[in-house]
Design a protein around this ligand. Structure first.
Ligand code: ADP
Ligand code: MG
Length: 574
């Protein structure tokens, strides 16, 4: 054979397999990081992906890896990837996949699975489970890849499903046999798909924009509510320009804080109940009228009639809770650009009597809170401790704030001002506990910025073991545990026996000692002054640190600010 023909023949003989094809497909689509827990059948895959330059972050529990992937999706607009083993590992990751879907974060859960033939006949395979069927009800889309030549298409479908339209979670089922399937290398390469324009712009209809602006024009008391969809959209400058052009007060939902600075003159965060009650036209920008906004009706919204303008990528979101007078369907970047364009240079800003009334209320509330934030009580109350952390973030507006708990969440949300977009990440739509360490790890890795995690002692418990992960990867994470000896309060007593009450933990626990076991810095802080010193040092050093902030066990209230959702019996048994 001639030399060229020999070369061609050799190339045709070159082989690849499922392992390599999946890694190549991920790299082709720009995946830089995988969050997961190794084990059968994906151990070697993780090892090989690492060797091929993908960052593979190994966690101690799949749920935390999943939460990390979900928030990576929120922060980057690329699907966060979580990799798990079969059945139990898959199920652990599934909570996070459902969470991503509920929160509209793009994420792909890739799980190894057992042999189809055995699973489908229910013959009792190792970790047997029909994972695809289970996942389907919990996410936006679910796919299984059975043949190595379909890996490229399978991943492309997963990426598109995760990021296009309303983002969400996608499940990709990878049976063990797939990984070792061998095929011709050049055919394999050709089978890969680079996803072009994964989240195409969705341009709003000009009539919808016009209708919305007509409603807004008629407003005497307009209000803009910014949701985490607006933060996700990464259209920060256009959103700011739009809000400023309207002159209307704006209310940021929790994870939209900082999209415009909380110190912006139009920010109505400190006058929340007033603006909800008194506004007459409400512009919903990437926020849903779900339980977090009392479904857009009832006492919180007052008696005055209201018209809603809603801007959302998901048409089905319209009229979900109340009538939407002006639905605008499209991606927020395109919608806001269309608004700005149609508003022109002569837009009349919101009436000044309304703007001034909101400002007076807000200034009043801020002034009332100020002295409480400066107390130096020991043991600390929430306000004394949060006053310190508020200053820490003020001095470091680029840091990421992770926040979960009950009182620790509700009070921190109000007290700690945010200055830049996508710097506050928290419990989200479900109000779940457990996101803390997963979010902290992904935030540090995806942004390279220091992370401050403000955690209730109970909330921390759901992901606490990941402090080992934080130490292992030497991440710039400072965890502050608001330790009040229990859930809501540490003061409950069991009157019927010697067991502790259901809501209390070991009294005087020293969480700071936990991180020392892994080489991190642990500090016990009993006063705001001690807390300030410790947090400043941790944030400046970038060393993994855990601070046990001793909070008065009697300081919290039941269920924080959502006690109304926690039924209490009024029947006394004789
Ligand atoms: P919050 O809890 O902050 O109110 P939600 O998660 O309830 O926010 O609402 C976010 C909304 O944003 C969802 O209805 C989602 O469809 C929408 N959304 C997400 N990304 C975009 C985008 N790029 N453009 C338009 N809407 C978006
Ligand atoms: Mg507590």
């Amino acid at each position: 054979m001639a030399e060229a023909a020999v070369k061609k023949h050799e190339a045709e003989q070159e082989l690849t397999d499922g392992f390599h094809l999946l890694i190549d497909a991920l790299k082709l689509n720009g995946v830089k990081t995988i969050y997961g827990v190794p084990g059968i059948p994906i151990t070697d895959f993780g090892r090989m992906a690492q060797a091929e330059g993908i960052r593979v972050i190994s966690f101690r529990h799949e749920q935390n890896a999943g939460y990390a992937a979900s928030i990576a999706g929120f922060l980057t607009k690329q699907p966060g990837i979580c990799l798990t083993v079969s059945a139990p590992g898959f199920l652990n990751g599934l909570t996070a996949l459902a969470h991503a879907t509920t929160n509209c974060f793009p994420m792909i859960l890739m799980s190894g699975s057992s042999e189809r033939e055995i699973v489908d006949l229910q013959q009792g395979d190792y970790e047997e489970m029909d994972q695809l069927a289970v996942a389907k009800t919990m996410c936006k889309a679910a796919y299984r890849v059975l043949h190595a030549q379909d890996i490229g298409i399978g991943l492309a479908r997963a990426i598109r499903a995760a990021v296009s339209g309303r983002p969400g979670g996608v499940y990709l089922d990878l049976p063990a046999k797939l990984f070792s399937q061998v095929m011709n290398a050049s055919a394999g390469e050709k089978s890969l798909v680079k996803v072009i324009d994964a989240a195409p712009a969705q341009i709003p209809a000009p009539e919808a924009v016009k209708r919305a602006l007509n409603v807004l024009k008629g407003a005497k008391k307009p209000l803009i509510i910014l949701g985490k969809g607006a933060a996700y959209a990464q259209a920060d400058d256009a959103i700011k320009a739009f809000v400023e052009k309207t002159g209307a007060p704006f209310l940021p939902m929790s994870m939209a804080k900082g999209l415009l600075s909380d110190l912006h003159p139009q920010c109505a965060g400190a006058a929340r109940s007033t603006v909800l009650k008194d506004s007459d036209v409400v512009v919903m920008l990437g926020a849903r009228l779900n339980w977090l906004l009392s479904h857009g009706k009832g006492k919180a919204w007052g008696d005055a009639p209201k018209k809603f303008i809603q801007i959302d990528i998901e048409p089905k979101e319209m009229d979900s809770n109340v009538e939407i007078a002006a639905p605008v369907v499209g991606d927020i970047g395109s919608c806001v650009a269309a608004f700005l364009n149609a508003m022109g240079d002569k837009w009349t800003p919101a009436p000044s009597d309304w703007v001034n009334a909101v400002k007076t209320k807000k200034d009043d509330n801020i002034a009332k809170m100020a002295p409480r934030l400066m107390n130096n009580n020991s043991p600390m109350d929430y306000h004394g401790a949060l006053g310190v952390l508020r200053q820490v973030i003020k001095e470091r507006p680029d840091a990421i704030l992770v926040n979960e708990g009950a009182n620790t969440l509700d009070l921190a949300r109000g007290v700690i001002d945010m200055y830049k977009p996508r710097k506050r990440i928290d419990v989200g739509t479900w109000g779940i506990m457990g996101i803390g360490m997963g979010y902290s790890i992904a935030a540090a890795i995806e942004t390279g910025k220091p992370v401050l995690a403000v955690e209730g002692d109970s909330a921390f418990g759901f992901s606490g073991m990941e402090i080992e992960t934080i130490c292992r990867y030497n991440l710039p994470v400072c965890v502050v545990i608001f330790n009040n000896d229990g859930i809501y309060r540490g003061t409950d007593v069991n009157t019927a026996g010697s067991d502790p009450a259901t809501t209390v933990f070991v009294k005087g626990a020293r969480y700071d000692k936990m991180i020392e076991a892994f080489g991190g810095t642990g500090i016990n802080a009993t006063s705001p002054d001690e807390l300030r010193r410790a947090v400043n040092e941790a944030m400046d050093s970038g060393k993994p640190t855990l601070i046990n902030a001793v909070i008065d066990p009697a300081a919290g209230s039941e269920s924080g600010r959502i006690g109304n959702l926690n039924p209490q019996s009024v029947v006394k048994k004789k």
